[in-house]
Structures are given as structure tokens and as C-alpha cells.
Design a protein around this ligand. Sequence first.
Ligand SMILES: [Zn+2]
Length: 306
Amino acid sequence: MQTTVRAPIAFAGVGLHSGRNARLTIRPAGAEHGIWFKRTDIRLGDTMVPAIWDAVDRSPLCTRIRNAAGVEVQTIEHVMAALAGCGVHNALVEIDGPEVPILDGSAAPFVRGILSRGLRSLNAPVRALEVLEPVTVQTDNGWARLSPGQGLTMDFHISFADAAIGTQEKALNLSNGTFVRELSDSRTFCRRADVDAMRAQGLALGGTYDNAVVVEGDEVLSPGGLRHADEAVRHKMLDALGDLALAGRPIIGHYEGYKAGHAMTNLLLHALFRNPAAFRLVEVAGDARARLPGVGIQPEEIPAVA
Ligand SMILES: [Zn+2]
């Protein structure tokens, strides 16, 4: 059955890029509602922004959605990953500013909040998007592909000049709470060399060594070091789950990302929806249900992080 959160869950903090503080509340919603954001700081006009692939204003560093009235919410990917990874299909996410709080740079605080309140089952079956044919997008930077598969599985490859990241590869089956256990606490990362460039463009204004892993050469500058030796590729997989959630429903298929990022995953969804033969909607029942992310996780399975 579809789910929503059992009770409102509130978060507050600074936005990574805007540097602006915002309060965000995940509220229950009915079946077939999907995930919507609502800007509560804007009084006039349409303040509802759908968390859906064709509302994305593609930008390389974060995922930003915008409605027809031009109302935006940015850096939605980590809370979207938390919702998808916990199996929340319907929610109204109220926010009183333009950017989702970065919190600790991972999805763990959102996951902890969601699982502490628990989920409520709704009286409607889950309808998933089953991939029937491979769809690939390629750019100068890398490529991303969705192909048929059981449940949601993911392969990711990254390669950075800085030895602290280097080349990392990971493959995961995201069924049965894998997201919560393996990916949710991995933090966003960047190179020290990129910080000044981003700041000059008015980005990363809320970034600190406490809400992002900053690396320089073979050194991790953030205090406490890494949470996982391959934290960077885990975070890229977390981002990919959040960006794939903008399909509007769980995906049954195999995702591969080779140096992929937010913009490429969104291009991939555009390519998928352009080809009606590449997917179908299926009601998820029986054993197939256990292969969705978020089934069967318990709050005590969230990695204990500082
Ligand atoms: Zn991220």
C-alpha cells in the first residue's frame, strides 16, 4: 500500500548554496498526492511546487524545482532521497525559504525524523514505474542509464583527481532498507579548490566543514574525516535516488551512473518519459513489494553518526 508520514516532522537550518535559513516541515498527504513542496513564505499566487522531473530547472550543483509561476525550491535531493529511501510515497513539504536546509550534508537527519514518527499506510496500492527498455544519456562528462531489472539496483562510478576521493565504484540493491543502512549518512563533498570558485558565483554560501566533506589532494579537511572510505560514491548514489524519485513513483529497474550528476539523472528521466515503449506502470503486490526501497526498515538501523 502507499504510505505517508504519520505526523508532521520539522527541520531547520541553513541552505548550502543560498546561505539562507529555512524551516521545513514534512506533513502527511493522501494517496496519489505524491510529493509536493509548498513555499509558506510567499503569500500571493501559486506557492505549490511539484517534486516531479519536468519541473526541474537543471543546474549542475543541486536539484531545483520551479512551478509555472516561477516559485522555486532548491537542493531538494537529500530530503527526496530520504522520502524515497524510507518508502514515503505521499507528503506535503512546507518550507519558508528557497532552499532545503543542508543539515549535516547527508540524508540521515531526514531519515531519523521520518522513521521516528513512522509511516501510515493508505488505502491505495503502490504503482511503480517498471523500466522495459534501456535508456541512456551521455554528455561530455559521463553517462547514465536505466535498464530493466528486479526492484531498484544501482551501479555508480566516480573519478576525481584528488587522491582523497580518487576512483570509486559501488553496486547496491536498494531493496529492504539498503538506502538507510548503506547510503543515508554519506555527506555531500567538494574540493577545496572549488569552494572559492563557487563562492565567487554566489554558491556554497552556507557550506562549512561541518555540513560538507571538503578535500584537498589526499587530505580530508573536514574534522573527523570520512564516515566511510567510499563516502563520496555513496553520496552520489544517495543523490541519484533523490533525483530518480522525481519520476513521481518508485522505479523498478537498474540505474548506472558513470560520473553522473543531478543534471544527467534528470536528462535520463526526460529520455525515459519521451519513449512510451521504455516503461509501464505496474501495481506492486506480493513479493515485488519487498524489493522496493524502504520496506522493512527499523529506526535502530540508521547508522549512528555524530
Ligand atoms: Zn547531494
